[in-house]
Design a protein around this ligand. Structure first.
Ligand SMILES: Cc1ncc(COP(=O)(O)O)c(C=O)c1O
Length: 402
């Protein structure tokens, strides 16, 4: 490491390495943390960044207009960072508390007509299923399921078969949370554009797990969060919306922040409303959280994304090569840094508990993959070959006892 080291007191290093990152993550001192797909383990430097910003705000006086406005303005600096990182103009991004909120903005904001259909992938998280099912229950749309079987060509053929004159939107994950499959986002987006239907991509498992360039994918909507692979604070997420797609959303949610000058103390209804997704960021928020997110993005910038992705890829390779007999990989055409396995015929929850008992290995149970479920291992850049060895040992021990 060059420059100042992080002493846990808010002094940030320049030029961090992966080793620095590892030694700054508290959970790694005792446990094998392989569940970044659920929540990233934040390094101390990220936690310190937002706590410091929060403390500073309290010192200045949280309701002091200058302090209040400074926190809001700080969000725009972070927005610029996120825009650069995602390959999108920063004014196309709204910050949300989680991706669920971003999806609800889209589901609640699109105006549907009688008979409209929404195509939803079959491996979606409840965050990207229930809002569409809710619309269906309200009689506003019909949900059409898109199976995630076969190779990418088969996937695209299936999608084209599902499209009808009533299709309004396709919604699917960029990386499937169940098995780590990377979907051909650009092909899907291109197809949806040519078919004249809107596309929502759920990037919860993509941003930070692989390189995401929205200028190349060019989706209508893209949801992402900072609290998984970016290792940002819990409660950081956002929505990207292309201008024409954003223009199709209604005006709710609305409130403080929707209009350009809503702090001017005027109560007229004719103030100009924002025409960018920022309009969705209504009400008081824990703005300093985003200082933590900015730190997380900068940190990976210092390490180098190429190096971070390469570290994850080599851990995945090591893991797959060392799987003990009786542990079956759920194979996918293309994966990034998540691997899902069946452990003999153990129910998922049992496998998860046993892995923790035998090796303090933290993973996620994938109950969605019936009949008995499976367990998902996430290999973040901060994980080490030693973590993989410990995970493989624990797997071996668990499967021997089945
Ligand atoms: C693909 C996918 N979408 C959405 C979510 C939910 O994210 P959030 O908690 O930020 O709403 C998850 C969380 O695991 C996920 O994996």
């Amino acid at each position: 490491m060059v420059g100042v080291t992080n002493n846990g007191q808010g002094a940030f290093a320049l030029g961090w390495t992966l080793d620095d990152l590892r030694s700054d993550i508290p959970v790694l001192r005792r446990k094998v943390y392989l569940n970044t797909g659920t929540l990233g383990a934040s390094p101390q430097t990220v936690t310190v960044a937002f706590v410091r910003a929060y403390e500073q705000w309290q010192v200045e006086g949280p309701g002091w207009p200058e302090a209040y406005e400074a926190r809001r303005a700080g969000m725009d600096a972070v927005r610029a960072r996120v825009g650069l990182f995602l390959g999108a103009a920063s004014d196309r991004i709204a910050f949300a508390e989680n991706i669920s909120q971003a999806i609800n903005w889209v589901a609640g904001g699109l105006r549907f007509s009688d008979g409209d259909e929404v195509i939803v992938g079959t491996h979606e998280h409840p965050a990207n299923r229930y809002p569409w099912r809710a619309l269906e229950r309200m009689g506003r749309v019909r949900v059409v399921l898109w199976e995630m079987d076969g190779d990418d060509d088969a996937l695209m053929e299936d999608l084209s078969r599902l499209i009808t004159p009533h299709t309004r939107l396709v919604t699917v994950s960029h990386v499937l949370q169940t098995n780590g499959r990377v979907l051909p986002a650009e092909r899907i987006a291109q197809f949806c554009r040519s078919a004249g239907v809107r596309l929502f991509l759920d990037g919860a498992q993509a941003v930070g797990q692989l390189r995401v360039d929205l200028s190349a994918i060019d989706p209508d909507f893209y949801g992402w969060n900072g609290h998984k692979w970016l290792l940002g604070p819990v409660g950081t997420a956002g929505l990207y919306a292309r201008p024409d797609a954003f223009g199709e959303l209604g005006l709710l949610p609305a409130g403080g922040g929707s209009a350009e000058h809503d702090l001017a103390g005027r109560y007229e209804d004719d103030v100009p409303w924002r025409e960018t997704p920022r309009r969705l960021e209504v009400g008081t928020r824990n703005w300093p959280l985003y200082e933590g997110l900015a730190r997380a993005i900068d940190l990976f910038g210092e390490i180098g994304w190429g190096q971070a992705f390469a570290a994850s890829a080599s851990l995945v390779e090591q893991f797959l090569a060392g799987l003990p007999p009786g542990v079956e990989e759920i194979a996918v055409p293309r994966r990034a840094a998540m691997v899902t396995v069946r452990v003999g015929d153990l129910p998922a929850k049992q496998a998860l508990e046993d892995l923790y008992r035998h090796g303090q290995v933290i993973v996620r149970a994938v109950e969605e993959l019936q009949p008995q479920g499976a367990v998902r291992f996430s290999f973040a850049p901060f994980n080490t070959p030693k973590d993989v060895e410990r995970a493989l040992e624990a797997l071996g021990e668990v499967v021997r006892r089945v």
